[in-house]
Write a protein that binds this ligand. Structure first.
Ligand code: NAD
Ligand code: MG
Length: 398
């Protein structure tokens, strides 16, 4: 166990026990890491923020298959509430891991037929919750509070484990769980469809684990067992908190993964097309090739991407990248993070969701009309090896 719980690259004096003692989250004081006073910070955080030095006691604890006991979750009845992106993946992976699963869905939901066709038992949310020992909430974040209050909470007996795949509703207190139940986080760090696909290929998506309340004392081990059942401990499960998961997840998707990347693609496309270049050329340059570049980064970091590209491209990376993502962009990132931390983002999102999703739908409609989407659809249709999809097609299947 200790090997997987300590960093692979410890300086010698850490191993020799010279330095500060740091308790790991969820550990008793006998189990500590030694961090030398002047240890170089591997993440370079101190360069960016001197306070990061003070936060170094939040060292990553990672769990793998051998740290987790699958039999714990195999001895429980598990309700998966929702059968969408994450719901179908968790249900099917757990079933393949020998766990008893029932999918909780709204009466009349289109997902009932889909889940049954995949060999799963279904029930209403209330019935599945009442039946289960472990209840995983995998419906959209904005509907969880209502469904929890009306259908889940009345059927939760003391000692049951309530799980989430994102900390949003617990962290922002739109769900206040009753004190007698355990509450945990089992969050795969990837899209639901990949959670299923990678599992069937024998791999796993990395995950996060956290415990919000633990009256039984068994929440952590059972959550870790659940994460083994869905394949995450094959890749590594990181110990975190609801606060850290919620805030970093929202920041990542807004500033980099979804918001940042979409804005970068659109701005690059518009710059080229406005300068008179062909839309098709612009599409290949700033969107299609992005995947090929990210695949290299995914396997070997920025260095492997730079190893694979030409020296010309590498030089351009160094001199031009910082002109695009500059001090202004960093200021914007900091402002985004502040609004996540102070709850302003969650408040605006929920206000729109709870009043008919007008802004949300207007954004969705306007974005679908962006020229990069129009030209992209045409080009992807002539590249069948990409397995191109359209939202119209997949939403009909749902
Ligand atoms: P989704 O939108 O894909 O699926 C929603 C499912 O919930 C559907 O089956 C729908 O029928 C069902 N549903 C909606 N309203 C319901 C109701 N009132 N009663 C019962 N069922 C209802 O959701 P998702 O994207 O899988 O997200 C689920 C959770 O997982 C969220 O907390 C999300 O933040 C988290 N998460 C998602 C991803 C992802 O890849 N999508 C990744 C990490 C974490
Ligand atoms: Mg997210």
């Amino acid at each position: 166990m200790p090997t997987s719980r300590t960093r692979a690259t410890q300086p010698d004096n850490v191993r020799q026990g010279v330095g500060r003692q740091i308790a790991l989250p969820g550990e008793d004081c006998r189990n500590f890491l030694m961090v030398p006073e002047n240890a170089p910070n591997k993440l370079g955080l101190e360069l960016l923020n001197p306070q990061a030095k003070e936060n170094r006691n939040q060292m990553a604890t990672t769990y793998y298959d051998h740290d987790s006991d699958l039999s714990l979750i195999q001895s429980k009845k598990v309700a998966i509430i929702g059968y969408g992106s994450q719901g179908h993946a968790h249900s099917l992976n757990l079933k393949d891991s020998g766990v008893q699963v029932k999918v909780g869905l709204a009466a009349g939901s289109k997902s009932i037929a889909k889940a049954q066709k995949a060999g799963l038992e279904t029930a209403t949310v209330a019935e599945a919750t009442a039946w289960a020992d472990v209840v995983m909430v995998l419906i959209p974040d904005q509907t969880q509070a209502k469904v929890y209050a009306e259908e889940i909470a009345p059927n939760l007996a003391d000692g049951k484990l309530l799980l989430f795949a994102h900390g949003f509703n617990i962290h922002f207190k739109t769900i206040l769980p009753v004190p007698g139940i355990d509450v945990g986080l089992a969050a795969p760090k990837g899209p639901g469809h990949r959670v299923r696909e990678v599992f069937t290929e024998g791999g796993g998506i990395p995950g996060l684990i956290a415990t919000h309340q633990n009256p039984t004392g068994t929440a952590h081990a059972l959550t870790l067992s659940y994460l083994k059942g869905i394949g995450c401990t094959r890749a590594g499960v990181l110990e975190t908190t609801f606060k850290e998961e919620t805030e970093t997840d929202l920041f990542g998707e807004q500033a980099v993964l979804c918001g940042g990347v979409s804005a970068l693609i659109k701005a690059g496309y518009e710059t080229l097309v406005e300068a008179g270049y062909q839309p098709e050329s612009a599409y290949f340059e700033v969107l299609h090739e992005l995947k090929l570049i990210v695949d290299l980064i995914y396997r070997g970091g920025l260095a492997y991407m730079r190893y694979s590209i030409s020296d010309t491209a590498e030089w351009g990376d160094y001199v031009s990248g910082p002109r695009v993502i500059n001090d202004e962009s960093r200021k914007a990132m900091k402002a985004i993070l502040t609004e996540i931390q102070n709850g302003a983002f969650a408040k605006r999102f929920l206000a729109d969701q709870n009043s008919g999703r007008k802004e949300f739908m207007a954004f969705r409609e306007a974005e679908a009309k962006h020229p990069v989407e129009i030209v992209g659809k045409k080009l992807r249709a002539s590249m069948p090896f990409l397995d191109p999809v359209t939202v119209e097609e997949v939403s009909k299947l749902r």
